[in-house]
Write a protein that binds this ligand. Structure first.
Ligand code: SF4
Length: 364
């Protein structure tokens, strides 16, 4: 009999008054008992709409069924057929807008906590299984992957599994891309990413970090070294600008630049009040990082209404638990400056974010 509870099992997490002062992972993961109870909420739907919401088409009902049978390694193998980074995806994928957004249980109550179950299975595998996938004998074809972030790592995994020996180039000093450099540790601990990188190394993937392809070595030079295939996975490195007067003032930073800075120097301290502009996951990461860096107060403004914020309910709740004050439905018009420093931000009420065609076109 399925568990017909309308609510997901809560995931244990650090106490709000403790976690807002450290960078350790906030969510602690399901216990086995919680995972079994949550897995029993899945109806194993024949047409499995949840799978259509997953960008890599993980066989969700199949892996959840394996959990109900206590075959956790079997569940991991089902996920791993199509996803090379389950421990990462279980932590950082926006499931509310993907698989969980399509789950039929969401029609009356809360969807099955697919992301939390994925994380449980991946963590179980990491803690209990020492053997990693063995790559087949090399087929002699060299492939260069440019970018050691999640896309480059996934490509390397699936190529190594087929006998290629990819080399992953990255201009950063360490592999992992945004997973290591931009996503805060309290959302994704770096040990989790390092464990995935170690598996790739065991499979014969070579990482060459500190190499800027195009500057230190060119594609024709790599070709001359025997590389026959190239996969460019450099991602989006730069943060966006606000595009209002004063957006280049001292004290204004893009979200990605800020989280990168703190990831590389977690001892970074902030003084004074911080305003975060944006309603998505990066805004949530930035605001929660600012709290942990000691900001006097953190206030978040976004164009969308409170219930339409792209970060979703879970992240929004985490922001509020961290003491962040949210002002939804406001758009910035200018940043006032004094001697080149940001002094104040002007906002006006946003009436709608999208136009009749569903395109981003804020109206004030
Ligand atoms: Fe299970 Fe929800 Fe997927 Fe149905 S839609 S199979 S209930 S996770």
């Amino acid at each position: 009999m399925p568990n017909m509870s309308l609510k997901k099992n809560e995931m244990p997490s650090q106490d709000p008054n403790v976690r807002n002062k450290n960078f350790l992972e906030v969510a602690l993961g399901y216990t086995e008992e919680q995972a079994l109870d949550e897995a029993a909420r899945c109806l194993n739907c024949k047409n499995h709409p949840c799978v259509s919401g997953c960008p890599v088409q993980v066989k969700i009902p199949e892996f959840i069924k394996k959990i109900t049978e206590k075959d956790y390694e079997g569940a991991y193998q089902v996920i791993h057929e199509t996803s090379s980074l389950p421990a990462v995806c279980g932590r950082v994928c926006p499931q509310e807008n993907q698989c969980e957004g399509k789950c039929v249980r969401g029609a009356k109550g809360e969807s099955v906590a697919i992301g939390r179950l994925e994380r449980f299975v991946a963590d179980w595998h990491r803690e209990h299984v020492a053997d990693h996938p063995q790559a087949p004998a090399p087929n002699g074809h060299k492939v260069a992957i440019i970018g050691a972030g999640p896309a480059g790592m996934s490509c390397a995994y699936f190529l190594a599994e087929k006998g290629y020996r990819p080399t992953v180039f990255d201009k950063s000093p360490r592999p992992g891309g945004m997973l290591m450099n931009a996503i805060p540790n309290f959302r994704l601990e770096k040990d989790v990413v390092e464990a995935e990188i170690d598996i790739l190394r065991e499979m014969g993937v070579e990482f060459r970090c500190g190499v800027d392809v195009g500057r230190d070595v060119t594609i024709p030079e790599l070709r001359a070294q025997g590389y026959k295939g190239f996969y460019v996975a450099v991602g989006l490195q730069d943060g966006g600008r606000l595009r209002v007067p004063g957006d280049d003032a001292e004290g204004v930073m893009s979200g990605v630049d800020f989280t990168k800075k703190v990831n590389l120097a977690p001892e970074t301290k902030l003084t004074g009040k911080v305003v975060v502009i944006g309603g998505g996951n990066i805004a949530s990461d930035v605001a929660r990082t600012a709290v942990r860096c000691g900001a006097e107060s953190v206030t978040l403004y976004c164009l969308e209404g409170y219930d339409e914020m792209p970060m979703g309910e879970e992240d929004r709740t985490e922001c509020e638990r961290d003491g962040i004050s949210i002002h939804a439905g406001w758009g910035q018009t200018a940043i006032d400056t004094e001697n080149g420093h940001a002094r104040a931000i002007r906002f006006r009420k946003c009436l709608s974010v999208k136009n009749a065609e569903g395109r981003f076109a804020p109206a004030f």
